[in-house]
Design a protein around this ligand. Structure first.
Ligand SMILES: C[S@@+](CC[C@H](N)C(=O)[O-])C[C@H]1O[C@@H](n2cnc3c(N)ncnc32)[C@H](O)[C@@H]1O
Length: 188
């Protein structure tokens, strides 16, 4: 049986891609910066240009546009300009007619979606990411954060006493989201 093909836009080093691969996809990554450690076929290109030219060749599309414009850490460099690539990415993915997922940080310009946190998957990672899809997905129960973070991290994340702890991106979260996406795609 052939595996569905997923286009991983703004791929970075492949955190999301690993989750999609575990969920059963053959993944192709695209990033404007060379990613020598990306574990799957990789194309160095502008994500929007590649999407316009090749998006329809894939069964599903994931995008993690740069989050600096929405990040709380942006306040540390107010003089820098960061583009918001979410609206254009969403618009082109909709034109492709394939199931898609946009992943981004709290505060990003997503229309709707679900919040996933590492603790939902039994991980010792309190990290919140939002996922917008054009189809319905359900958000799992979010258990309370019980491990207290240090004061600097609390201030940076404005999340109270139990907040995000720096850790590797969770492939489990992406796995969770796209497993539902693939079920949706296969049932029409
Ligand atoms: C939030 S990171 C992606 C993280 C990735 N999803 C992961 O799991 O590791 C955003 C990425 O977008 C890339 N990027 C920024 N502008 C881009 C563009 N115009 N086209 C393609 N990639 C771009 C950056 O180089 C960066 O690797």
């Amino acid at each position: 049986m052939t595996r569905p093909r997923l286009l991983d836009l703004y791929s970075g080093a492949g955190g999301s891609a690993t989750g999609y691969h575990r969920a059963g996809f053959d993944v192709v990554g695209v990033d404007i910066v060379h990613q020598p450690r990306y574990p799957f076929p990789f194309i160095r290109a502008d994500a929007l240009s590649y999407l316009v030219q090749h998006g329809r060749e894939f069964d599903a599309i994931h995008a993690s546009p740069p989050c600096e414009v929405h990040s709380t850490l942006r306040a540390l460099s107010p003089e820098k300009f960061y583009p918001d690539l979410i609206p254009a990415t969403r618009a082109v993915m909709e034109l492709c007619g394939k199931p898609w997922v946009i992943e981004n940080v709290p505060g990003a310009t997503l229309h709707h979606g679900v919040m996933l946190c590492g603790i939902m998957f039994g991980l010792r990672t309190y990290r919140h990411r939002w996922f917008e899809t054009p189809f319905l997905i359900m958000q799992p129960h979010h258990p309370r954060h019980r491990i207290r973070a240090g004061a600097p991290a609390r201030r940076a994340a404005r999340g109270g006493r139990h907040i995000s702890r720096p850790a590797a991106p969770s492939p489990s979260a992406a796995t969770w989201a796209v497993t539902r996406a693939s079920r949706w795609a296969s049932t029409g």
